[in-house]
Ligand binder design. Sequence first.
Ligand code: PLP
Length: 401
Amino acid sequence: VSRFEGVTMAPPDPILGVTEAFKADTNELKLNLGVGAYRTEELQPYVLRVVKKAETLLLEKGENKEYLPIEGLAAFNKATAELLLGADNPVIKEGRVATVQGLSGTGSLRLAAAFIQRYFPEAKALISSPSWGNHKNIFNDARVPWSEYRYYDPRTIGLDFEGMIADVKAAPDGSFVLLHGCAHNPTGIDPTPEQWEKIADVIQEKNHIPFFDVAYQGFASGNLDTDASSVRSFVSRGLEVLVAQSYSKNLGLYAERIGAINVVCASPDAATRVKSQLKRLARPMYSNPPIHGARIVANVVGNPELFNEWKAEMELMAGRIKNVRQALYDSLSEKDKSGKDWSFILRQIGMFSFTGLNKVQSENMTNKWHVYMTKDGRISLAGLSLAKCEYLTDAIIDSFH
Ligand code: PLP
C-alpha cells in the first residue's frame, strides 16, 4: 500500500485541460480555441523569424552555460524595464526600479505574491471578476488573501466601470489592486485612457498599490508603447507600482519561461532594498532563472535591426488576430437572423473574445461542434483562421439559440 493513499486526484486545469481534451478528439473539424497561444493562418505554432535570428547569433557567439545571478541577466533586466517604461523614463534614470528576471509572467507574479505575503501580511489583493484563472491560484498558494472587484457586465458584454470603481473604493486602504495592463484576459475588454485615469485617482486616494500584469505588450494593439500606456500613466503620477511582464506571447517564447517583476519605488534606496528581498525570496524557490530566453530578449531589444524586425512581426501577429476578429463579426452579423448585436466582438482587444456563451452553451460548442474553449465562454482568436470563421459562426449561433 502506498504512503500516498491520502493524496487525492487533482482536477484538470481549466485552461490547459482544454488542450488535453482537444488532443483526444479524433473529429477532423475540431478547433482548439482554448489556450492563448498564437497560431498561423494554417493553425500551426509559430516561431518568430527574429527569434531564430537571435538564436543563430547566440550560437555563433558560443556563450557558456554558467549560472545567472539570482536577479537574472543584467542586459535582459535593463532591456525589459526600458521596454516597459520607456528608456528615458525618469524612474529608470533615477534608479528607482527594482527589476528581477522571473519565470515568465506566472513566475514573476508568484514572486511578487511571495513578496506581498512577507512584507504586507495584512494586505489583501484585489482581482477583477473575471480574471485569468491562475491569478487566484497564485495568491492562494502564496497565502495572500484576495477578493474580486466587478469588471465584466454581462448585460453590455462590456466593462462594469461603476462597479469596478465602487469595489476598489470599498476595499481596505493599502490593498494590492491587480490590473491587466492591456488585452484583459479573459474578456478582451480594456478601460479607455480616461477610465484608466479615474482608476488611478481612486487607487491613489485609497493608498492602494497597483499591481500590473503585462502579458501582452505589443500584442494587443500591435504597438509596444500603446500597450504600455496604462502602466506608464500610473508611473508618471509618481505612484509606486508592481509590474509583472511576460515574453510568452509577444516574442512567442512560451516554453522559455522568460519574464520579469519590476517594482517602481519612491526612492532608489527603497528599490535597492526591495530588489535584495526579491532575490532572497527567489533563491530558495528556484535559485536563479534560465538564460536562453533572457539572451534572446536582450539581443532582440538591444539590436536596432532585430528590434525593428520584431515590431514588424508583432504587428503582423496582432493584425492577423484583428482580421479574424473582423471576419468572425462579419460572418455572425450576416448569418445570425435573430437581430442580436455582435459589435461587442469588435470592441474587444487582444487574443481573446468573450462571447457571452454560458457554461451549457460552451459545452454544446465542444460536445456537438468539437470547438474546444474554456467554459466561461472565452475563445482564443489566435487559434482561429479566416477559413474556419464560418464553421465557428454556425457553432456559435446553434449554441446560443
Ligand atoms: N497573465 C495573463 C493575464 C495571461 O493571460 C498569461 C498567459 O496566458 C500570463 C499572465 C502568464 O503566462 P506565462 O507564464 O506563460 O508568461
